[in-house]
Design a protein around this ligand. Sequence first.
Ligand code: HEM
Length: 501
Amino acid sequence: MEVETWLLLATVAVLAWVYSRYRHSYWSYRGVPSPPTLPFLGHIHKSFFVNRTLWEYNQENYIAFYNASKCGLYEWFTPLLVIWDPELIKNVFVKDFNYFTDQRDFTGLKTGSKRDEMVLEMLSLKNGAEWKSLRAIMTPTFTSGKIKRMFSLVSDKADALVSFSMKQAAENSYVDMKNNFERFTMDTIASCAFGIECNSLIDKNAEFPRKAEIVFKISIQTMLKIALCKIMPRLFKLTGLSINPPETDFFIDVVKQTIADRETGKKRGDFLDLLLEARDQSDNLSSKLVMNDISMVAQCLLFIVGGYETTASLLAFSCFLLAKHEDQQQRLREELRGMVAEHGGITYQGIMEAKLLDACLQETLRLYPPAVILERACTKTYKLPDTDLTLKPGDLVQVPIWSIHHDPRHWPDPEVFIPDRFLPENKGNIQPFTHLPFGVGPRNCIAMRFALLEAKVALSKLLLEAELNAAPGHEEVALETANGLLRPKEGVILVLKQVKK
Ligand code: HEM
């Protein structure tokens, strides 16, 4: 190569490096501490997590910058502010929510494929006025009254879970309860969301769970496709590729067919009925436009995405903790027996009143929150209260849930399972905005009540039937993040013994 060419290349490289340095000075210019960056990548390479998990990386920053109560990161060049001061969380997520209504923008992933367009209709990926309209339509479907109507659907699936697990326990020394809970939540959500009996507990090879596994797993191929789509959107469109795998079409067809059946009058009292009802009762034309057929399919799929792994992990972790803490397990069983004696069985009312049951699940969610971070995108220029720091539209704000849940300043003996923290008489000691498993503010988890009901019914039925013990060699639980969610890495392997009645 000619000397001039070398010089030109070197000049371009230096200019690019200077530009990258300039873009990565956003936080230092604003007085926000930031860990060292890599040119262009910022901190994005940290999210590939080759040798550590997302919350371990968050925890490093949490400790390093604890006193500043915030730190600044970069995803490529996009500034991302990580905050953990409870007062600031309240401001961003609740008080000044108007400035932070959005999630990060995924519209760049419009590939032209019908499959991908449908996925972008999901509530969790919508922003601005569309999110507001859609959330307003969907919120009434998750009220206590509506969820109560699903109690018997959930209860039937929990009975199937317990009898299946006891049968396994009779035939094998150990049972992988994580696996069973995944099948239970899949069956429950399929039944409660759109009335489909997918029988994944009984039939290991059932089409529904098999395809769901492929669709909901964010594989390396998916990550590469997302990267390609972001970097070269036009080229991506030309390839005719879609980000979501072909198996997505199976779910689209199933939901479409179910909607068609409902339009002809078959009602089941599930979420799909409620969504159709909510749409039809709405006299607001724009709501009707927002909730079109594609959107309806997308929301049903979202229920599976949002409700399958999260609730299964909550149940698996709670069983693991109760297996390790026999005293708490016995105490909870006593409460449940009292509930059955008082209400004549496991009833909605009884479940709602069981204080220790709720406390055990809340403490499990503290120790093992399935979602380890929260995120919002700034939509209007916002000055953080009591600081000189101003965020601009497009900046991202994250909250490291896992680190806050394990902070000894908020939780004495943070690594110890102490359900009593969440009993009504002690709840007042919990600092607001330090327990965030379902998020917080107007954009929190829309299905929190449903998820808790589902977990409470399953756990109650299981504990009344079985004594739980950790299987030899499985006294500790290894953790991993998959699809952005915290979960047990190698299942939760337990010995189940029939309880003496
Ligand atoms: C233990 C179980 C669950 C946990 C821990 C959980 C956690 C979360 C969290 C942390 C968020 C984000 C909230 C925020 O940004 O403030 C969220 C959002 C959401 N969750 Fe859940 N979730 C659970 C179960 C479910 C279930 C069963 C469903 C559906 C049936 C569901 C549907 C959703 C939806 C639709 C959103 C998006 C809300 C929006 O953007 O407006 N989740 N969930």
